[in-house]
Design a protein around this ligand. Structure first.
Ligand code: FES
Length: 118
């Protein structure tokens, strides 16, 4: 079961923009990628760095700490490292941006396996 949390209003982020949201002590980053909103946990699965300030190249976000790249749409790391960042479903409900906090449904189980690169 997931909880629906309002994190903003529809249209506040233009394509390519992002914003931080703090919910129940956790930090999420909301991205507008080509007109579609995506939400990820603000913690890099490699070593815990904040992803909010990472460089965005299309749908790929580069962690500012060590440069690993993650697909904001799926959370999956580029290449074969096997790490993934937690993603959260985003919906527009009554002109509000709503994030569903149920990370187990949002992150593909195959993406959680694997070892961290050194
Ligand atoms: S903490 Fe993100 S790549 Fe190392």
């Amino acid at each position: 079961m997931s909880r629906q949390i309002v994190v903003g209003v529809a249209g506040e982020l233009a394509p390519g923009q992002r914003k931080l949201a703090f919910i129940d002590g956790r930090s999420l980053v909301l991205f507008n990628i080509a007109g579609t909103l995506h939400a990820i946990d603000n913690t890099c699965p490699h070593n815990g760095a904040s992803l909010a300030g990472g460089q965005l190249e299309g749908c790929m976000l580069r962690c500012p700490a060590h440069g690993l790249r993650f697909d904001v749409r799926t959370g999956c790391m580029a290449g074969t490292g096997g790490l993934s960042v937690t993603t959260f479903p985003v919906d527009i409900v009554d002109s509000k941006v709503v994030v569903s906090l149920d990370e187990h449904d949002a992150t593909p189980s195959h993406a959680r396996a694997g070892s961290a690169p050194s």
